[in-house]
Design a protein around this ligand. Structure first.
Ligand SMILES: *[C@@H]1O[C@H](CO)[C@@H](O)[C@H](O)[C@H]1NC(C)=O
Ligand SMILES: *[C@@H]1O[C@H](CO)[C@@H](O)[C@H](O)[C@H]1NC(C)=O
Ligand SMILES: *[C@@H]1O[C@H](CO)[C@@H](O)[C@H](O)[C@H]1NC(C)=O
Ligand SMILES: *[C@@H]1O[C@H](CO)[C@@H](O)[C@H](O)[C@H]1NC(C)=O
Ligand SMILES: *[C@@H]1O[C@H](CO)[C@@H](O)[C@H](O)[C@H]1NC(C)=O
Ligand SMILES: *[C@@H]1O[C@H](CO)[C@@H](O)[C@H](O)[C@H]1NC(C)=O
Ligand SMILES: *[C@@H]1O[C@H](CO)[C@@H](O)[C@H](O)[C@H]1NC(C)=O
Ligand SMILES: *[C@@H]1O[C@H](CO)[C@@H](O)[C@H](O)[C@H]1NC(C)=O
Length: 359
């Protein structure tokens, strides 16, 4: 019988299983792209902001009866998130630096509040500090200057290791005028409650038409306009402060001077309770899916150089090291439970290849 020739002998089976243990492991070592998105660590929290207005706004309102405020404080609004991921996992990322062969980035950070919503209805709205480069400080890029991820002195803290990401407008790579643009912040005093506004006069449509007092402003974070930010984080909590300055210019070219904004964020990894109405009403996520996706397996730990390591704190122990952009992944054999424990294959492919624009 011809078919019997093709029956798999024990030798063939052994050979096949050996190939499965060795060849595919090596191949995938080069081709395997870890599901880096599932390493992401998210902090849930709130934002607040204050703005001090340019000298052009020191006058009166449109009918010359009311003195304009020179600064505004915006209340703390829940519903914001900060997400930290291995750099390759930026699914919405645009631009050459997020191409699959872009190496040398340490981490990806996104600070967002009502980022996707088209409707602007909160005093602080449409916040997106995303699409900026972060390295360990020793990687050169042709244009700009990436933000730097570094250990923060934590010797007197009981919380454990802490880190900071400090950057400026020079770290931003998204196109400044991208439609529906990602990187921005909107502030509007008309959306403050009467109580929050107090007796301060917030500009009206007339003020915008004929000139008068400030009402609202969009800050587009780009490589041209001055800004800087600092994100501090540890395994449980994160905070961020963003300073940005941008001119307010009427269509006819009259420049009212530079509005300076300070925005702060504070958040924790704990998922806000389902009855934390203040959080979920402003959030673009929903409780059920966040709960399902909650990454409670990963922890941020210090690596040998003090840099943050995303560690799967369960027995499988996968990690991503921000210091050199390396993933560890258990070998296929070990994952199947066939070979001995603790066999770890280093996925050096992340660092072997330094993209031509990152040299
Ligand atoms: C001037 O504008 C303020 C604010 O809109 C309004 O309350 C007031 O009635 C106006 N006064 C005059 C004289 O038009
Ligand atoms: C926010 O302000 C805009 C106009 O500035 C207004 O159309 C909208 O109704 C306001 N929303 C709330 C919730 O106050
Ligand atoms: C980053 O900025 C924060 C706040 O300004 C500062 O405390 C920290 O030392 C800075 N980190 C580095 C590495 O410069
Ligand atoms: C430009 O427009 C604003 C608002 O309408 C007005 O206050 C200002 O005087 C105008 N400037 C010039 C030069 O026309
Ligand atoms: C960030 O910007 C603010 C406001 O312009 C400035 O006071 C501060 O010194 C800047 N910080 C850094 C680290 O450049
Ligand atoms: C983390 O470990 C758990 C349990 O070992 C595993 O199910 C999960 O897939 C791991 N996560 C990642 C992203 O590797
Ligand atoms: C900085 O990061 C690059 C790219 O991941 C890596 O090659 C280099 O060794 C790192 N430098 C230090 C001092 O950790
Ligand atoms: C990256 O750092 C880890 C330690 O965190 C080390 O085990 C690994 O060998 C390093 N990889 C490269 C390519 O330098």
């Amino acid at each position: 019988m011809v078919s019997s020739q093709w029956r798999w002998s024990p030798t063939t089976l052994l050979f096949l299983s050996l190939s499965l243990l060795t060849i595919p492991t090596l191949t995938t070592a080069l081709d395997f792209v870890p599901n880096a998105y599932s390493y992401c660590i998210k902090y849930y929290g709130s934002v607040s902001a204050s703005i001090s207005l340019g000298e052009g706004w020191l006058g009166k309102n449109y009918n010359n009866t009311i003195t304009c405020p020179t600064s505004w404080d915006f209340p703390t609004l829940k519903g914001a998130t900060l997400t930290l991921c291995p750099p390759e996992s930026n699914p919405g990322g645009k631009g050459p630096f997020y191409a699959p062969d872009a190496r040398g980035l340490a981490i990806d950070a996104k600070l967002e509040f009502r980022h996707v919503a088209g409707i602007l209805e909160k005093p602080i709205d449409h916040l997106a500090l995303t699409d900026f480069l972060i390295t360990n400080g020793s990687v050169k890029v042709p244009d700009g200057k990436p933000a730097v991820l570094a250990p923060h002195d934590w010797s007197r803290s009981y919380i454990g290791p802490q880190w900071s990401i400090n950057g400026t407008e020079e770290s931003i790579v998204s196109e400044p005028k991208r439609s529906g643009g990602g990187v921005s912040l909107y502030l509007d005093c008309a959306n403050l409650s009467n109580k929050q506004r107090g007796s301060d006069y917030c500009g009206t449509g007339e003020d915008e038409d004929v000139g008068g007092c400030w009402r609202s402003q969009t800050f587009v974070f780009n490589m041209q306009d001055r800004m800087n930010f600092s994100i501090g984080f540890h395994n449980f909590e994160a905070e961020a402060t963003v300073f940005a300055g941008q001119d307010w210019v009427y269509r006819n070219g009259t420049n009212m001077g530079t509005s300076e904004v300070v925005l702060t964020f504070a958040g924790r990894r704990e998922l806000p309770s389902v009855v934390d109405y203040d959080f979920w009403i402003n959030s673009e996520m929903n409780y059920e899916s966040e709960k399902e996706d909650l990454n409670d397996q990963f922890r941020l730990e210090e690596d040998a150089t003090g840099m943050p390591l995303f560690l799967n704190a369960t027995q499988s122990g996968e990690w991503f090291d921000t210091a050199n952009g390396t993933f560890s992944v258990l070998s296929g054999a070990n994952r199947g439970g066939v070979a001995g424990k603790g066999v770890v294959v280093m996925w050096a492919s992340m660092v072997v290849f330094v993209g031509w624009y990152l040299v």
